[in-house]
Design a protein around this ligand. Structure first.
Ligand code: 13P
Length: 211
């Protein structure tokens, strides 16, 4: 909830665009807590958040869950290290997604905290399992992916991490756009990327992620 409000304060979502979820369990059953569909963040209250199972069936709460539920479920099923998923329509990330341009590994923190450059998933119709599958295919073992002609998805072991990922993606996409206006952005040297990827891999394995 606080994360959803913070996303709006930071300008990463507007109106009711975007959605936030966290993985939970009840008596060993995998569930997720997710923001309701079409609710503006400014009027969102704690009791509006819903708990659903992986088929989207409601367990708690009265409002319908986010229309992107299957996108969130796809990530939890593909990545056991992920405890929280945030989908935003932030401006610079969306600009790169619309242009179909991967954000190359330009900054050290991109490799250390996101796993490298930010790839663009093939287009998938909003709200479909197909969008989830395409997002996961491009996400791989990284922390963020751009959704073609749509927006971005950031993931983390915790909501705080997923929020940090969304902020870093928007900053990196902004820098990429600005550097492209100034000339051609130069990615980090390949040997630096390799060393930083090794650090990222160590962290990911400690979180139980893909090796
Ligand atoms: P919801 O309001 O259903 O969560 O959808 C918003 C959105 O961003 C769709 O991509």
């Amino acid at each position: 909830m606080l994360v959803a409000k913070e996303l709006e304060r930071l300008g990463l979502v507007a109106g009711s665009s975007g959605n936030v979820s966290a993985r939970v369990q009840e008596r060993g059953r995998p569930l997720l807590v997710i923001t309701p569909t079409s609710r503006s963040y400014s009027s969102l209250r704690v009791r509006d958040v819903v708990v659903i199972d992986y088929e989207g069936e409601p367990m708690r709460g009265t409002l319908p869950p986010s229309s992107e539920t299957m996108l969130h479920v796809a990530v939890y099923q593909a990545r056991r290290d992920v405890g929280a998923v945030i989908h935003t329509h932030s401006i610079y990330a969306s600009a790169c997604a619309v242009a179909g341009l991967e954000v190359p590994p330009l900054l050290d923190e991109m490799v250390v905290y996101l796993g490298g450059g930010i790839k663009v998933a093939e287009y998938g119709f909003p709200g479909t399992t197909e969008l989830g599958a395409k997002a996961c295919a491009a996400l791989g073992d990284r922390k963020a992916v751009l959704l073609r002609n749509h927006g971005m998805v950031g993931v983390g072991a915790t909501l705080e991490e997923a929020m940090g990922v969304c902020r870093l993606v928007e900053r990196a996409a902004h820098i990429f756009v600005m550097a492209s206006l100034l000339g051609s952005p130069t990615p980090l040297p390949a040997d630096v990327v390799e060393k930083e990827r090794a650090l990222y891999g160590m962290r990911l394995r400690a979180e139980g992620g893909p090796s």
